[in-house]
Design a binder for this molecule. Structure first.
Ligand code: SF4
Length: 64
């Protein structure tokens, strides 16, 4: 099971992750990232990996 890790100091609330994996990530009204599923299902993993790559500040990573 992979686990999403967020470096909150780096997150700037751009929402790129939400655009790619909206069931997993959400930027709330205050611009703070909410991770709905820190341990995403296998069928969500591709989108999550895309989101990790797309994050402009490198705030996301996946840990095993
Ligand atoms: S893509 Fe990166 S910087 Fe943008 S909201 Fe997601 S974690 Fe934060």
């Amino acid at each position: 099971m992979s686990r999403i890790e967020v470096d909150r100091e780096r997150c700037v609330g751009s929402g790129a992750c939400e655009a790619l994996a909206p069931d997993v990530f959400e930027v709330d009204d205050e611009g703070l990232l909410v991770v709905h599923r820190p341990e995403p299902d296998t069928d969500e993993l591709g989108n999550v990996q895309d989101a990790v790559q797309a994050c402009p500040t490198g705030a996301l990573s996946l840990a095993e």
